[in-house]
Design a protein around this ligand. Structure first.
Ligand SMILES: Nc1ncnc2c1ncn2[C@@H]1O[C@H](COP(=O)(O)OP(=O)(O)OP(=O)(O)O)[C@@H](O)[C@H]1O
Ligand SMILES: Nc1ccn([C@H]2C[C@H](O)[C@@H](COP(=O)(O)O)O2)c(=O)n1
Ligand SMILES: [Mg+2]
Length: 217
């Protein structure tokens, strides 16, 4: 079962059962719901890199919204070409598509602890997730990194991503500032945000992330 947002009427009811207590999960919490962390930050801020470390050390399942969307492209699904064009332009895929992919991935996992990376990117994403799942994230990480550093990292990434070029990165940065910062502000006001300095080496950044999860034990 998911934690319900009382003022909303959820469209779906999950049968997922996550009996969490200290002995079973290492998380001191008895709710029968998944523990969800949203991982936010601009393009190249290090979300995926740090999620890999958290998975290794804290047993979370990593769900990258971008990876789920890219998988739709490579599988030639009915939304594949729309997603490809949207990603090429550095824009945001309609929320109903992305939320469905995330919901399906959570439902089909046996794990009860998730890092949802690169989501929500917009207030529309956030509201759609709350409406569909009837739940909110437990915590939100935000990797704060200067634009110049993010651009440098993306252009050096070398993983063959269609959106890792200067023109698309500039658009992604604009979209991040205009549409994602309000989401970050929302979670800050709710007291759920952990703002992490995203500069320095991967090890240095992980040393700032680790205590957030260690404190959950
Ligand atoms: N602290 C760091 N210093 C230098 N390079 C880094 C650091 N952290 C990650 N990188 C590198 O920067 C690139 C972008 O990192 P990563 O893919 O984790 O970012 P991201 O936030 O997931 O980006 P996107 O939103 O575009 O998916 C990768 O090539 C990664 O190896
Ligand atoms: N919630 C999301 C997440 C991602 N996308 C699209 C647009 C992004 O530029 C692209 C790549 O995502 P990343 O791997 O950088 O997290 O995927 C989206 O539309 N909505
Ligand atoms: Mg990423």
């Amino acid at each position: 079962m998911w934690r319900r947002v009382s003022s909303l009427s959820p469209l779906f009811s999950s049968s997922k059962s996550c009996p969490r207590n200290q002995a079973e999960s290492g998380v001191s919490d008895r709710r029968r719901i998944p523990f969800v962390t949203f991982v936010l930050g601009g393009p190249g801020s290090g979300k995926g890199t740090q999620c890999t470390r958290i998975v290794e050390n804290f047993g979370f399942t990593h769900l990258s919204a971008g990876d789920l969307l890219r998988h739709e492209i490579s599988s030639n699904t009915e939304n594949g070409s729309m997603i490809l064009n949207t990603i090429k332009e550095g824009k945001i895929v309609p929320s109903e598509v992305t939320v469905k992919l995330i919901q399906k991935a959570i439902e089909s996992s046996e794990n009860c602890r998730f890092l949802i990376d690169g989501f929500p990117r917009t207030e529309e994403n956030r509201i759609a997730y709350e409406r569909v799942t009837g739940s909110e994230p437990d915590i939100v990480l935000f990797f704060d990194c200067p634009e110049e550093e993010m651009v440098k990292r993306v252009l050096n990434r070398n993983q063959g991503r269609i959106d890792d070029n200067l023109d698309t990165v500039k658009e992604r940065l604009k979209v991040f500032t205009k549409l994602n910062l309000p989401v970050i502000e929302h979670y800050s006001k709710k007291g759920k945000l952990y703002k992490i300095d995203g500069t320095g080496s991967e090890d240095e950044i992980y040393e700032r992330v680790r205590p957030v999860f260690a404190a959950l034990r």
